[in-house]
Design a protein around this ligand. Structure first.
Ligand code: PLP
Length: 388
């Protein structure tokens, strides 16, 4: 028998992990769907044991052994999602938060508490991530640079290098391996929200921290707000300690929905990506469209610049939902300069390639012909589009 002939120990493909990870114990418990544990507290007649578990948590941030103590310290339903996401990203651990921004905040707090308040970051980032760093709301300071400038921007107090690839909303790609190399011993955080582990696993390319707005593809249905950081166990311990102390925990119902979302993630991402690639081709051939952005690694996001008025395109869609956010089963369109990146200073925004005529499309699972029909008629409603 070969080393990988045992089904229990053989490495599993992503599609298999997506439906099995975080559920390993269910069959033995006689369960099929994972249970939802809504407890905020847990009865225990052994307060000496609870004291020992809290001491152990305070020392390392490792998930407490034995029965849970209190909902802010950890929740079994949320832990299933964390286990599954770590498996998909190929990391030792993952720590879930109430939103993507709560997850990024926890990372900054971990580094800041170690006296490492300086961050190096590459634009564009999601608008609120840019804002959090630029405004220094958590006492951090940021140096913006391009990928080639990362090594030179590092300082003795640099605690973090942050990139998004493909980036929101321009879909610009960063050579993660090269940036990870430039970081030296400083942790590289990659926001992998757009690619998902289906298309890219940044930890394999040297990222120490992989961030998701789980609100997007991981949840996948536009009905759960969440964030998660996939990383090594040491960093995860610090993140759990910050989460415990600051309280940005994920609700167990959200944990359940995210675990369910992961089970269809590979199928959803591949199907929506095929449609997105076709829409990108058609947009690129359309005279009303000035430029199309579609990443080399693929994905379900397409950005494009129009010759006419982008607000009229938003006002003109009938099947596509005009809404911020992304990664849902239905197709969404938004105008980054008005919504997702509005909070970024206009000059910085334009400097990052987020022009005033750029539209961002999150392609869902509808039929490609229906989507194209809607896009084509919305483009016709642009002022000046009558020229064509
Ligand atoms: C939405 C988003 C975030 C923020 O996540 P929330 O869940 O809304 O807090 C961070 N990064 C990217 C790339 C996003 O698209």
């Amino acid at each position: 028998m070969g080393a990988h002939d045992d089904v229990r120990t053989a490495p599993r493909a992503l599609a298999t992990e997506a439906v099995h990870a975080g559920r390993d114990d269910l069959a033995r418990q006689g369960l099929h769907a994972p249970p939802i544990d809504l407890s905020t507290t847990y009865p225990s007649y052994d307060s000496r044991g609870e004291a020992a578990r809290i001491d152990a948590f305070a020392a390392t941030g490792a998930e407490p052994d034995g029965p849970p103590v209190y909902g802010r310290l950890g929740n079994p339903t949320v832990a299933r999602f964390e286990t599954a996401l770590a498996r998909l990203e190929g990391t030792e651990a993952a720590v879930a938060f109430a939103s993507g921004m709560a997850a990024l905040s926890a990372v900054l707090l971990v580094r800041g508490s170690m006296g490492l308040r300086h961050a190096v970051a590459v634009r564009p980032l999601y608008g609120c991530s840019d804002h959090l760093l630029t405004a220094g709301l958590l006492g951090s300071e940021v140096t913006w640079t391009d990928p080639a400038g990362v090594a030179d921007a590092l300082r003795p107090d640099t605690g973090l290098v942050m990139v998004e690839s493909p980036a929101n909303p321009t879909l610009a790609e960063v050579d993660l391996r090269a940036v990870a190399h430039a970081c030296g011993s400083v942790p590289l955080l990659v926001d992998n929200t757009f690619a998902t582990p289906v298309l890219q696993r940044p930890a394999e390319q040297g990222a120490r921290l992989v961030l998701h707005s789980a609100t997007k593809y991981l949840g996948g249905h536009g009905d759960v707000l969440a964030g998660v950081v996939a990383c090594d166990e040491e960093f995860a311990g610090r993140l759990r300690q910050v989460r415990f102390a600051t309280g940005g925990v994920l609700h167990p119902l959200a944990g359940y929905l995210l675990l369910r979302g992961l089970s269809t993630l590979p199928v959803r991402v591949r199907a929506a990506s095929a449609t997105a690639a076709e829409l990108a081709r058609r947009l690129a051939a359309d005279p009303r469209v000035a430029r199309v952005h579609y990443p080399r690694i693929g994905g379900a996001m397409v950005s494009f610049e129009v010759h006419g008025d982008p607000h009229e395109v938003i006002a003109g869609v009938r099947l596509i939902t005009p809404a911020v956010s992304l990664g849902s089963v239905d197709t969404l369109i938004q105008h980054p300069a008005s919504i997702s990146h509005r909070i970024v200073d206009a000059e910085d925004r334009r400097g990052a390639g987020v022009g005033d005529r750029l539209l961002r499309l999150s392609v869902g699972l509808e039929d490609v012909e229906d989507l194209w029909l809607d896009l084509a008629q919305a483009l016709r409603s642009e002022k000046g589009a009558g020229l064509y």
